[in-house]
Design a protein around this ligand. Structure first.
Ligand code: PMP
Length: 421
């Protein structure tokens, strides 16, 4: 712990200098940029890790590792405390009202599946309606397709308007007294638009009795979210997209719902008492955390949250807004390049297609220029097909990206056009 605290404090001191000098080049905190000369523009898939996170995970294995919630010796108690401290850090990060509302999972995908298998399969009934949007990541669509099929419910899809923007009117028109679940992304990973989540929640709560699940996977590294302010029922995200380790995810759910939901996985540690035929399940949040979790990952996740809070989400947001605007301005004047999604509304990521050049050819060309972007359907195949394509190119930002990175990718795209045309 001491090593982690030391590193974190050192980081905060450096950060203050940076902010005072208005120097927002955070690459130096990410070791990968000292070992790889790459313009990394794929943070929406997974972000890079600051040294503090790497050291925290290493430090756990070196100094502190045992299983958690089991041993009674000092080392085990320290590991348990560190693990539970991350839960408190997550609670503060998203302003949940209690740490019991924070469930650790493997990632956003598992968090959504947990809700689908427990809440969905027990509380969604025949003829109920589940509303999603056409922009959902497969993780926030397939679980609901399954629930709808299994329970005889109807899956309703909110499409985009003629400007490829989210339409609150279209969304409202889908709400009925049969709507029992609204599952919606906060920031669409295949489009880069932030949805008006507060208005969506307000409308849903005004017009229906539906529960609301927000897929926050793409928002948490870029903007502050506040569970008490939003008032949603479920909120999910993955640590690896917010500078933390992979294999760690969060499900936030209102306590009253977690209490009535049956467990997802069963096994060790999610129980109070077990006889040969019966089990009394554990209290929250442990009822939903069966088996040995990613202990070191969860412990290191706290360092990621400290990094983000240390820099300040407002600063990250402002920095990325400048970059995405520069990117959008410079891309939209390139002939034959079409940006997907409503104009001038992108946040932290942007998808586009180029006339006569396949995204895969473009990505290979860019890679040879030292620029890493993502191409494909971005696990949002219904969206890309609805927009009339099979795949697109995606540029996504982290706090470490710079104006120079944007200039480099734009020049590389222009060069690709000359090369292929
Ligand atoms: N939702 C969104 C919007 C995403 O972008 C992703 C990851 N690309 C997920 C869910 C799934 O996250 P994970 O793979 O970490 O479970």
């Amino acid at each position: 712990m001491a090593a982690v605290d030391y590193i974190t404090n050192k980081f905060i001191c450096n950060k203050k200098d940076d902010v005072m000098n208005n120097n927002l080049d955070f690459k130096k905190y990410f070791p990968i940029f000292s070992t790889n000369n790459v313009v990394f523009l794929d943070s929406a898939a997974s972000s890079q890790k600051p040294a503090t996170v790497i050291e925290a995970e290493l430090g756990c294995y070196k100094n502190q590792y045992t299983n958690i919630h089991r041993g009674t010796y000092k080392l085990a108690l320290a590991a348990t405390t560190a693990y539970e401290n991350t839960r408190i850090a997550v609670q503060k990060f998203i302003n949940a009202s209690s740490a019991q509302e924070i469930i650790f999972t493997k990632g956003a995908t598992e968090s959504i599946n947990l809700v689908a298998y427990t809440y969905g399969e027990n509380f969604i009934n025949s003829d109920d309606e589940i509303v999603v949007t056409i922009c959902e990541h497969h993780s926030n669509l397939i679980p609901w397709q399954r629930v709808a099929k299994k329970r005889g419910a109807k899956l309703k899809v909110c499409y985009l308007d003629e400007n490829q923007d989210f339409s609150l009117n279209e969304f409202q028109s889908l709400l009925t007294d049969k709507t029992k679940l609204v599952c919606i992304t906060h920031l669409a990973n295949g489009l880069g638009l932030e949805f008006p989540i507060k208005e969506i929640i307000k409308l849903t709560q005004r017009d229906t009795t539906a529960k609301i699940l927000i897929d926050g996977a793409q928002i948490v590294a870029h903007k502050k979210v506040d569970m008490q302010d939003l008032g949603c029922d479920f909120f999910v995200f993955s640590a690896h997209k917010v500078y933390g380790p992979s294999g760690v995810g969060v499900l936030y759910a209102k306590e009253e719902l977690l209490k009535i939901m049956p467990p997802f996985l069963t096994g060790g540690e999610m129980v109070k008492e077990v006889s040969v035929t019966e089990t009394i399940f554990n209290d929250l949040p442990y009822k939903f955390e069966a088996g040995t979790p990613n202990i070191a990952g969860v412990i290191a996740f706290k360092a990621a949250l400290e990094f983000v809070s240390g820099v300040g989400l407002d600063k990250i947001s402002a920095h990325e807004e400048i970059l995405i605007k520069k990117l959008e301005d410079e891309l939209q004047v390139i002939p034959g390049l079409k940006i997907l999604g409503a104009k001038d509304k992108h946040q932290s990521l942007l998808c586009f297609v180029l006339e006569n050049i396949s995204p895969y050819d473009l990505a290979t060309f860019l890679d040879n220029q030292g620029v890493a972007i993502r191409v494909g359907h971005h696990c949002a195949q219904p969206l890309i097909n609805y927009l009339g394509y099979e795949s697109s190119s995606r540029i996504s930002l982290g706090c470490y990206n710079t104006e120079e990175d944007i200039s480099k990718v734009v020049s590389a795209i222009r060069l690709a056009q000359k090369f292929f045309n």
